[in-house]
Design a protein around this ligand. Structure first.
Ligand code: TRP
Ligand code: SF4
Length: 356
């Protein structure tokens, strides 16, 4: 049997504070699933590492006053959703210096015109009405490439807007491997593959393409049943369906898109039928949807309370994750320096991965 190293999953989020349903369906839920997935032998199918991209946050806001609180808030949501720090180290970019180091090297391996063509960047410039672009923002995917490749992530579960960044990461990995073959390993980096979740982009309550904090159209993971119901009442439906008995078009309705994710198959079927037939009104339909979402969020709310009451534990989890991350990152940078012939002339001949 050929010995295969366990595939590693690396993903991350920017610390924008409390998370919303879009974060959950688009990423967090699948992170937890992959973290707990077992192979045929009962061993973990993947190693998993999750990163808090605090440097990336600076691309859209220079404000750092709340960054630690936002980091803890987000981390609590991760833990409440089932991220297990024993299995998955969690850490901040800013606390592992190698991110900055590898970013600098990668910045030499890609042209600015390639980065200007990044569709995710164009979308952001448009959505945020940005008049000019800071240099670091242009380099956003280069830093992301460093995040992924430092930990030799093979699989990157992300929302669809991040696919272009994973593609750029692949190009940088290829370029590095060609330019700097390692004397022992041959190639330092494997090209990572993105993994998109089915509900990678949840529509906002206002019917806009994306649930997003800046658009104010979110349901938070911390919203209790009353909040969820209140917000659900504001959700945009089929605007042609005014009275209960008007037949509706579920395919254009925001609430129905949530049902597709949170309702049971039977419920989904009857909502669709009854909406079209004009026997279900939007008020009742929204109540059902809110109840389903709240049921899914209930265990998270409970776990959140525990972590909020034990905030020192959360801080320790972060601290320990950062110790583990530094070990891996340091090992990769030794390989990078050896391949680039930077530093010592004798090569370190470490093979393989450092375990999380
Ligand atoms: N850019 C990602 C986002 O906004 C966050 C991120 C930073 C990330 N570094 C990463 C995601 C590395 C995956 C892998 O969602
Ligand atoms: Fe949307 Fe439900 Fe109203 Fe139909 S009944 S338009 S699916 S909210």
């Amino acid at each position: 049997m050929i010995f295969m190293e366990t595939q590693r999953i690396l993903s991350g989020m920017r610390p924008t504070g409390k998370l919303h349903l879009g974060h959950y369906t688009g990423a967090l839920e699948s992170w937890v699933e992959q973290q707990n997935l077992l192979d045929q032998n009962g061993s973990r199918a993947y190693e998993t590492c999750f990163l808090i991209a605090d440097y990336h946050n600076l691309t859209t806001s220079l404000e750092t006053g709340e960054i630690y609180n936002h980091t803890l808030d987000m981390l609590i949501d991760w833990l409440a959703a089932g991220i297990d720090p024993e299995k998955s180290p969690v850490f901040r970019q800013s606390q592992v210096k190698e991110h900055a180091e590898l970013f600098l090297i990668f910045a030499m391996l890609i042209t600015s015109s390639r980065l200007e063509r990044n569709p995710t960047l164009k979308e952001q410039v448009r959505d945020l009405n940005m008049e000019s672009l800071i240099y670091g923002h242009l380099g956003y995917p280069v830093l992301q490439a460093a995040d992924i490749l430092l930990y030799k992530g093979n699989v990157v579960p992300v929302g669809e807007d991040q696919i272009p960044h994973v593609e750029i990461t692949r190009e940088i990995a290829r370029k590095f491997n060609n330019q700097y073959p390692h004397p022992v390993l041959g190639e330092v980096f494997a090209e990572p593959a993105p993994k998109i979740t089915k509900f990678s982009r949840l529509v906002g309550l206002d019917g806009k393409a994306k649930m997003s904090k800046s658009l104010g159209n979110t349901i938070l993971l911390t919203d209790g049943p009353d909040d969820v119901l209140k917000k659900m009442r504001t959700a945009v439906t089929d605007t042609q369906k005014i009275r209960k008995n008007d037949p509706g078009h579920p395919e254009i309705c925001t609430v129905f898109s949530y049902h597709a994710k949170f309702a049971s198959p039977d419920q989904l079927f009857s909502v669709e039928e009854d909406c079209r037939a004009g026997t279900l009104g939007c008020v009742d339909c929204k109540k059902l949807c809110a109840a389903n979402i709240s049921r899914e969020l209930a265990p998270l709310l409970e776990k959140r309370q525990y972590f909020e009451m034990n905030i020192d534990l959360v801080k320790d989890i972060l601290f320990e994750g950062e110790v583990k991350a530094r070990l891996i990152a340091n090992h990769t940078m030794q390989q990078v320096r050896a391949a680039m012939k930077l530093g010592e002339t004798t090569f370190s001949i470490h093979h393989g991965q450092v375990k999380c």
